[in-house]
Design a protein around this ligand. Structure first.
Ligand code: SAH
Length: 230
């Protein structure tokens, strides 16, 4: 990549961040720093590079999409991600959202090292995401696993934070169980192409769950054992 292109995308990233702040969406300084550092153009297909900083989802492979930046922002903020957290993401897709999380929980210059485990059901997307994360320098902080993430990852549980980036019928019970007490989970709930809402679940110190509706959204469908039978 030549210098001109690099500077162009840097300016685009700054413009998008200002836009999200003006719209009142972006508030958390950790999320702002991550949005300014992760190059979204490296996570989209080459033909969509020039749209990398338009605030919209974009097609990736296998009929899936990379979420819109404002949605990544809303989910990261609702999770209240902090350095040191162990995070589970269900639905790796391009790897972009996992990189944003890694930038917050395991910043390069910090002693505190959290980690992101992310599960993807489509094999070609596992490869796509790994390559994107390797090229951008996040593969040491993000572990990409091929499988059905609706069952979680019991071998790495409990998690401080869990995000699901595909819409399912309900929050899968294994994910609730694998969430640490005091932890937070965000997930879109609703039918394919229908009305979906983004849900925040807080697990308190006594192990009780508190649900909050964060508003309407539109995601691709969660598949697997606790997903929709497509
Ligand atoms: N977070 C992604 C967005 C991906 S879209 C990004 O930043 O690009 C949702 C992804 O969830 C798709 O790639 C889809 O293949 C995947 N998915 C759907 N059901 C799944 C399941 N049960 N386990 C793991 N991944 C799943």
């Amino acid at each position: 990549m030549n210098l001109g292109e690099k500077e162009f995308f840097q300016r685009e990233r700054e413009r998008l961040v200002r836009q999200l702040e003006r719209e009142g969406i972006l508030k958390d300084p950790y999320v702002k720093r991550a949005l300014l550092r992760v190059p979204r153009e490296e996570f989209v297909l080459p033909e969509y590079k020039r749209y990398a900083y338009v605030d919209r989802p974009l097609p990736i492979l296998a009929g899936q999409t990379i979420s819109a930046p404002h949605m990544c922002c809303i989910m990261c903020q609702a999770l209240e991600l902090r350095p040191g957290h162990k995070v589970l993401e269900v639905g790796t897709g391009s790897g972009y959202h996992a990189a944003l999380c890694a930038e917050i929980v395991a910043p390069e210059d910090s002693e505190v090292k959290g980690h992101v485990y992310t599960v993807e059901i489509v094999p070609e997307l596992v490869e796509f995401a790994r390559e994107n994360l390797r090229r951008t320098g996040y593969l040491d902080r993000v572990t990409v696993i091929h499988g059905d993430g609706s069952k979680g990852l019991p071998q790495f549980a409990p998690f401080d934070r869990i995000l699901v980036t595909a819409a399912g019928p309900d929050v899968p019970s294994p994910l609730l169980e694998q969430l640490r007490r005091g932890g937070r989970l965000v997930m879109p709930i609703g039918p394919p192409h229908g009305i979906q809402i983004l849900v925040l679940v807080e697990k308190d110190e006594k192990g009780r769950y508190h649900y909050k509706n964060l508003g309407g959204c539109l995601f691709v469908s969660l598949r697997g054992e606790y997903g929709w039978k497509l």
